[in-house]
Design a protein around this ligand. Structure first.
Ligand code: NAD
Ligand code: G3P
Length: 339
């Protein structure tokens, strides 16, 4: 079995940089592609990504490039970590540089806004058919800053080919990063994307100062929505009770490091979405995913009241307090509906 020695990492935001650092420190040869020239120069000249992961020293063996071809050619695999709204664009450019099928792992957490497609579904559309068995996705509770500091982190890698998943699990694992394996690509990606929508809602609850009871209720009923939609889309509910569902919900709905949670807090405190996003360079995936999730809920005829209310807050100017009272005053329901 061919050893994995060299990887291309596409996307030098906080997460792409943290993964690249982690793997370069493990001894893999890592070529990190960045969209911004400034980021390439910062990493190569100062061994720091001053734009997206400041104050984290990067190993000197880690090199950045502005050339997609250079990042992916002759590699044993690719980690794809660009935000969901530019995934299709970057994949199209990457497709032109691919000379053979190559293992490709999406570490992006989002749903495409217009199409409501998951990242590997976009990959299926844009890349040659021969890539189908090579596609994987990585997800789970993982703040870039904590992995960068070597703090223990556990995630899950899913793909259609269990043997390939096992090879990459071994390649990514270190004493600081534990990687579980699975074959449920849909469930894993859905959990990672929809937790961002719930993190926004949990942030609103916190921004309004509604307390611990409300936040716990939000997480639990948010999970119920995610599991309902997941089941309708063919996901294994157990995936959503795992790292990429419950694990990431707990992290981002309670962790102050979450960008999505922070956006929610600021909305709850009365700031407008435009003002919040206008001052952010980092991505809060939940904003676009909220709209895409509503599209999926309608398509699959699944009730997703929290998702519906967060959409109304984000895009229809509904007040956060009214959204909360509308959720609280819905008709009485059984706790365990059909999944
Ligand atoms: N930051 C984390 O802790 C973390 C952890 C796990 C997963 N993720 C996921 O990783 C993905 C990337 O997030 P991030 O935190 O690394 O990014 P980031 O928010 O730190 O940075 C934004 C990224 O978007 C890129 N970008 C902006 N416009 C672009 C364009 N036109 N073409 C290509 N790239 C462009 C920038 O180069 C940069 O890499 C997201 O889906 C996020 O949910 C993030
Ligand atoms: O900062 P957030 O909200 O994008 O969350 C980062 C990761 O997805 C946490 O697992």
């Amino acid at each position: 079995m061919q050893e994995i020695r060299s990887l291309g990492v596409i996307g030098a935001g906080a997460w792409g940089t943290a993964l690249a650092k982690h793997l370069a420190e493990k001894g893999l040869e890592i070529h990190l592609w960045a969209h911004e020239r400034e980021v390439v120069d910062s990493i190569n000249a100062t061994h720091e990504n001053r734009v997206f992961l400041p104050a984290v020293p990067l190993p000197h063996s880690l090199t950045a490039t502005a050339s997609l071809t250079e990042a992916i050619e002759q590699r044993d695999g690719i980690l794809f970590v660009v935000p969901s709204h530019v995934t299709r664009l970057v994949l199209r450019k990457m497709a032109a540089c691919l000379s053979r099928p190559i293992p490709l792992i999406s570490a992006t957490k989002g749903v495409e806004e217009d199409s409501s497609k998951l990242m590997t579904q976009i990959m299926d559309e844009v890349l040659p058919e021969s890539m189908e068995q090579y596609l994987m996705a990585l997800s789970g509770p993982s703040f870039a800053s904590e992995l960068s500091a070597g703090k223990p982190t556990a995630v899950c890698l899913a793909g259609r080919d269990a043997q390939l998943v096992a090879r990459f699990q071994a390649a990514l694992m270190t004493p600081a990063l534990r990687v579980y394996g699975d074959t449920d690509l849909i469930g894993l990606q859905l959990g990672g994307a929809l937790k961002n929508v719930m993190a926004l809602a949990a942030g609103v609850v916190d921004g309004l100062g509604l307390g611990h009871n409300a936040r716990a209720a939000l997480i639990t009923r948010g999970l119920a929505e995610i599991v309902r939609l997941g089941a309708a889309m063919g996901a294994d509910p157990r995936t959503l009770y795992g790292l990429s569902g419950v694990g990431d919900l707990v992290l981002t709905c309670t962790g102050s490091l979450s960008r999505n949670h922070t956006v929610g807090v600021r909305l709850g405190q009365g700031e407008s979405l435009n003002a919040i996003l206008g001052g952010m360079q980092a991505v809060a995936e939940g904003v676009r995913t909220a709209r895409a999730a509503l599209g999926l809920a309608q398509r699959h005829q699944v009730e997703m009241p929290i998702t519906q209310e967060i959409n109304a807050v984000l895009f229809e100017g509904k007040s956060c307090r009214k959204a909360v009272s509308d959720l609280m005053e819905r008709d009485a329901k059984p706790e365990k509906g059909r999944i």
